[in-house]
Structure formats: C-alpha cells, structure tokens
Design a protein around this ligand. Structure first.
Ligand code: ADP
Length: 162
C-alpha cells in the first residue's frame, strides 16, 4: 500500500492542483493533500481552516484523496502518516530550480521517501494560486481556473478586504 503526500499552501486550491492530485491518485493507494500551516514568507489570503474547507469540497469526489494539515518538516509529516512518496507539480522550467532544490533537501533528510514530480497538464501550466488571487483582486473572472465554490470565496475575501 503506497501512501503519497502532496504538500502545499493551496491558497486557494486551483484546477492545476486538482489535475495533479487526480493523476497521482491513479498511481498511489492514498494521496494526502497536506496544507502547510507553518510560518511562510508568503502572505496567506485564506486561513488554514478556509484552505482546508475549500480543498475538502474540491476533492470530495476524487477517490483515494484525503486532506490534512501539518506544521512541521514535510518529511517528518510524511513519515508520521506512513508515506513513502512526496508529490509535487512542475509547470514550467521556472518551477524546476525551486522544486529541484526542495527535492534534494527531502532526499537528504529522508532517503527512504521518493519525490515524484508530475508535469502540469498543458492547460494548467500558466497559472498559480498567486496569479488567481491577483486576477480576482482586480475583479477579473477566475471561474475557468478554480473549482466553482472557490469563486465566491475569493469574491468574499476581496470584498471583505476592501
Ligand atoms: P507551495 O507554496 O508549496 O509552492 P502551492 O499550493 O503553490 O504550494 O503549490 C503546491 C504544488 O502544486 C507545487 O509543487 C506547485 O508547483 C504545484 N502547482 C501549483 N499550481 C499548479 C498548476 N497550475 N499546475 C500544476 N501544478 C501546480
């Protein structure tokens, strides 16, 4: 039984994340989308509770996918849930350097855990959660980039920030 952890900020979940986890769930017995709740250089728009709720709703119908949260080292979290794989997504060459660096770190910290990088589907390569937030903050349409329930959440978040 192979358990994989797909760690990230998911602030908020996008169709790109869902593409990766759907494909990972075809390869592994269980994929845990693990929302990082530790200190970060990135400013979060959604609270940890909101990010988890949006992710749970988005993955409700994807078999073998669970949602969890963690605040420690990713490899320590992965070990604590019995995972032998860490999943990440690669959009473009620009992602490669960062993903390569963290994969090297994970490999050093936990040689028993493999990092599996999925190439983003071509329709998802050009956007990130940050891009989605930027468009939404300016009142642009993001309904083609995120699951439908995330749209009102973004509108609400920016509404309440005005
Ligand atoms: P982090 O803050 O850890 O980078 P993200 O939620 O931004 O968390 O991303 C988690 C993972 O999902 C990363 O490996 C990232 O490259 C991947 N990812 C993000 N957006 C997309 C997308 N549009 N298509 C495929 N993979 C993506």
């Amino acid at each position: 039984m192979t358990i994989a952890v797909y760690p990230g900020s998911f602030d908020p979940v996008t169709n790109g994340h869902l593409d990766i986890v759907t494909r990972a769930a075809r390869l592994f017995d269980t994929v845990i989308m693990a929302v990082f709740d530790g200190p970060s250089k990135k400013n979060r728009l959604f609270s940890i509770e909101e990010r988890i709720a949006l992710l749970k709703e988005a993955t409700r119908e994807i078999p073998r996918v669970k949602v969890d949260t963690y605040a420690n080292l990713t490899v320590d979290y992965a070990r604590s849930v019995g995972a032998s794989v860490i999943v990440r997504g690669l959009r473009a060459a620009s992602d490669f350097e960062y993903e390569f660096q963290i994969a090297q770190i994970y490999q050093t910290q936990a040689p028993d855990i493999d990092v599996v990088l999925f190439m983003a589907g071509h329709q998802y390569t050009f956007f990130s959660s940050s891009m989605v937030k930027e468009i939404a903050s300016l009142g642009g349409d993001v309904s083609w980039l995120v699951p439908s329930h995330v749209v009102p959440a973004l509108q609400g978040a920016y509404g309440r920030k005005v």
